[in-house]
Design a binder for this molecule. Structure first.
Ligand SMILES: *[C@@H]1O[C@H](CO)[C@@H](O)[C@H](O)[C@H]1NC(C)=O
Length: 412
């Protein structure tokens, strides 16, 4: 006797009733599942969930490009013309340069939107995106859609990115391990070193960039706080300047222990490259004997690639490269660019873009007073690395990471 017997309706055959019930339920479920599956299938079909611009514009075909009134002539390699991309209005020979990873897309889109809204919607300067691996279709579709101008996508040549074969790997590894032990930021990273070396000496040699002179370097995730009403490329060109920055600060000494010594050796061998009107006073507090670690923060740069392409800087980079410090130490592109431009250019060729509000974690430059108002900036004026007040305390000690006041005193 089981519990079932208790509920048994007298006069019926229990097993037969159960079979009928099970079959009925199965049929009902089958009908229900098919119906919901179809509905689900319709709701999630590609055409329903993909933004219109993706389906409308892809796949790119040659015939589609050539019949597209916005198609661009003289495409190089991996260019990506798109509907709604407008011809350049800005007068300078200039481009944005963005080194990015595919996975940085979300941060980059935010940054690009700000750049367009604050500046490029009026000028339509092109963008050059570079990566050590090919960009994904998703990356290209999103980035080309968010900007108003022509875009190029380039892969970095292998030798421009990877550690050269003449680097002694055992020595490099030992030094990296020591930096990890000493808690040096990115101390153990080879790819960070690849990036620093690429930005120091190779980006301006990329095939796509040959056609341009001025560039504005942008990193995924940075913020632009203010309207940029005046064209900074035209400003550099018309004022014969070669380098512009917004933030300057002090380098971690452990990343560049022999950079200054190496630079002094180079200068001794090639004194003709050093400008008589150099900005040594920005780099050194003792007339060039030692390096004070000041550098322009190179994640933001508006500059002249022809300066990096000049004999003086190219020879300087080659010399640094021959010493291996990009891998045995962790020479950053910020101090390398800063030393190069401060020594081989005139100090009046370097410009502080004080009116461009900018943030790259963890620091920001926020314009003050009238400039803040005029630029419709959204940063807090109190939060700025370049604040003039409180830099040096009563004991003469530094209370800020910024070197910018040192620079402005030097050039005024
Ligand atoms: C832009 O600048 C590059 C580098 O100086 C140069 O090769 C190119 O001819 C220039 N293009 C124009 C249109 O002036």
């Amino acid at each position: 006797m089981g519990f079932g017997f208790k509920y048994h309706v007298p006069g019926t055959h229990l097993p037969a009733r159960y079979y009928l019930l099970v079959i009925a339920l199965l049929v009902a479920f089958h009908v229900l599942l098919s119906a919901t599956h179809e509905a689900y299938g319709r709701a999630t079909s590609i055409s329903q969930i993909t933004p219109a611009w993706v389906t409308r514009n892809t796949p790119w075909s040659v015939s589609e490009l050539s019949s597209n009134p916005f198609a661009w002539k003289n495409l190089i390699g991996d260019d990506y013309p798109s509907e709604g991309h407008l011809p350049q209005v800005g007068d300078a020979n200039a481009t944005f340069v963005i080194l990015a990873r595919n996975y940085e897309l979300k941060d980059l889109i935010k940054t690009l939107k700000q750049m367009e809204d604050r500046f490029n919607h009026k000028y339509h300067y092109p963008y050059v995106f570079l990566n050590d691996v090919p960009f994904t279709r998703e990356f290209k579709e999103w980035t080309s859609n968010i900007v108003s101008s022509k875009v190029h996508y380039g892969v970095i040549p292998h030798d421009h990115w990877h550690q050269p074969p003449d680097i002694d790997e055992a020595k490099a590894t030992a030094n990296r391990n020591k930096m990890v032990k000493d808690n040096v930021i990115y101390g153990g990273s080879v790819s960070y070193r690849n990036m620093c070396r690429f930005n120091s000496g190779f980006f301006y040699r990329h095939e796509i960039l040959q056609q341009y002179r001025y560039y504005w370097r942008i990193e995924p995730g940075v913020d632009f706080f203010c309207d940029v009403d005046e064209d900074p490329f035209v400003y550099l060109r018309d004022n014969n300047k070669v380098y512009g920055f917004t933030i300057s600060l002090y380098e971690f000494e452990q990343t560049v222990p022999t950079l200054w010594k190496t630079t002094k050796e180079f200068i001794k061998e090639h004194p003709q490259y050093v400008s008589e009107e150099n900005a040594m006073g920005f780099l050194s507090d003792d007339g060039g004997d030692s390096y004070n670690m000041c550098h322009f923060w190179s994640n933001f740069e508006i500059a002249d690639m022809d300066f990096w392409r000049s004999e003086a800087y190219m020879k300087y980079f080659e010399y640094l490269e021959s010493k291996g410090g990009f891998y045995y130490e962790r020479w950053g592109d910020a101090p390398v660019h800063s030393l190069g431009v401060s020594l081989f250019a005139r100090k009046d060729q370097i410009h502080f873009f004080h009116d461009i509000g900018y943030r790259h974690n963890p620091f920001q430059h926020c314009p003050q007073g009238d400039v803040h108002r005029k630029g419709k900036c959204w940063c807090s004026p109190a939060d700025t690395i370049n604040a003039a007040a409180g830099r040096i305390n009563a004991n003469g000690q530094l209370t800020s990471y910024s070197c910018t006041e040192r620079f402005t005193k030097l050039v005024h």
